[in-house]
Design a protein around this ligand. Structure first.
Ligand code: PAF
Length: 274
């Protein structure tokens, strides 16, 4: 893989990299297209990374559609597809992990212990294998994006991180491979995440910047959808992921909730008053 990536990037040419777990949707494709626009060649990985799943999570049932994904990537002009086996990525006795301490225990990290350690480890490994100039991630996993930015800074990794906007269904639901788990009733209920964020956005647009009041308004929206179990609704700093009391300097508004047994996440960025 390293040899193929080096060959795809002769002198002065930029290699873009999109790491994925497959089950590709329009959100992933937007990352591939951004990579194609900004780089000379694009590599994509498909690897359902076991170390980022908890023991009771959906690793074994995570949607896998390799042939379809491969065809899609070929049609999108992706030069290199890397789909390693678990044994290749984690040979017996692999005991080295990368932990972005502090950040990894916030937002999704609080309810998914070990998740971000698995993400940081596999992303660091993939960066070492692919040696990309630029790597592309979705804003939907806002905590993941903050953790990868910190990882790159702290370990002096020579890669530029590009975070691309969330792609949504017409009714606002953020695209996710896990949306495939939802039945039609749950699919409707799932829009509560976006509706709660829009409630916050609307209030913020009218000048409200008190986080407690913004969160209270969002929770009212959730009360109207009792079948959906809220995991967290937080307003935090985009880089430290620490709660902010006031959004006047800008903030990340992040939500996670269970629709049935499916855990979905979403977020918006509030831009500060300037
Ligand atoms: O965002 C994802 O799909 C995964 O967390 C990633 C970055 C591919 C690491 O496994």
């Amino acid at each position: 893989m390293r040899a193929a990536c080096r060959a795809a990037r002769p002198e002065q040419r930029r290699l873009g990299f999109v790491p994925t777990m497959g089950a590709l949707h329009a959100g992933h494709i937007s990352l591939v297209r951004a990579a194609r626009q900004q780089c000379d060649a694009v590599a994509v990985s498909i690897f359902v990374n076991p170390t980022q799943f908890g023991p009771k999570e959906d690793f074994s049932k995570y949607p896998r559609s390799f042939e379809r994904d491969r065809e899609t990537l070929e049609a999108e002009g992706v030069a290199i597809l890397f789909a390693p086996s678990t044994e290749e990525m984690y040979p017996p006795g692999a005991t080295t992990f990368v932990a972005v301490e502090g950040l990894s225990e916030k937002l999704c990290g609080r309810s998914r212990p070990g998740h971000f350690r698995g993400v940081a480890t596999v992303v660091a490994k993939l960066f070492n294998i692919v040696e990309p100039d630029c790597a592309f991630f979705g804003q939907k996993d806002a905590a993941q994006a903050a953790i990868i930015r910190r990882l790159v800074r702290d370990l002096d990794l020579d890669v530029e991180i590009v975070v691309c906007p969330i792609v949504r269904e017409p009714d606002g639901l953020a695209l996710s491979s896990r949306n495939a788990y939802l039945d039609s009733q749950q699919r409707e209920q799932a829009t509560v995440l976006y509706r709660s964020l829009m409630r916050v956005q609307t209030l913020a647009d009218t000048g409200e910047s008190d986080s407690a009041r913004l969160i209270a308004a969002a929770l009212e929206v959730f009360e109207q959808e009792p079948a959906v179990r809220l995991d967290y609704f937080e307003i935090v700093d985009r880089d430290t992921l620490d709660p902010v009391a006031n959004t006047s300097q800008g903030a990340l508004v992040a939500v996670a909730a269970f629709v049935g047994s499916t855990r979905l996440i979403d977020n918006i960025v509030l831009h500060g008053a300037g």
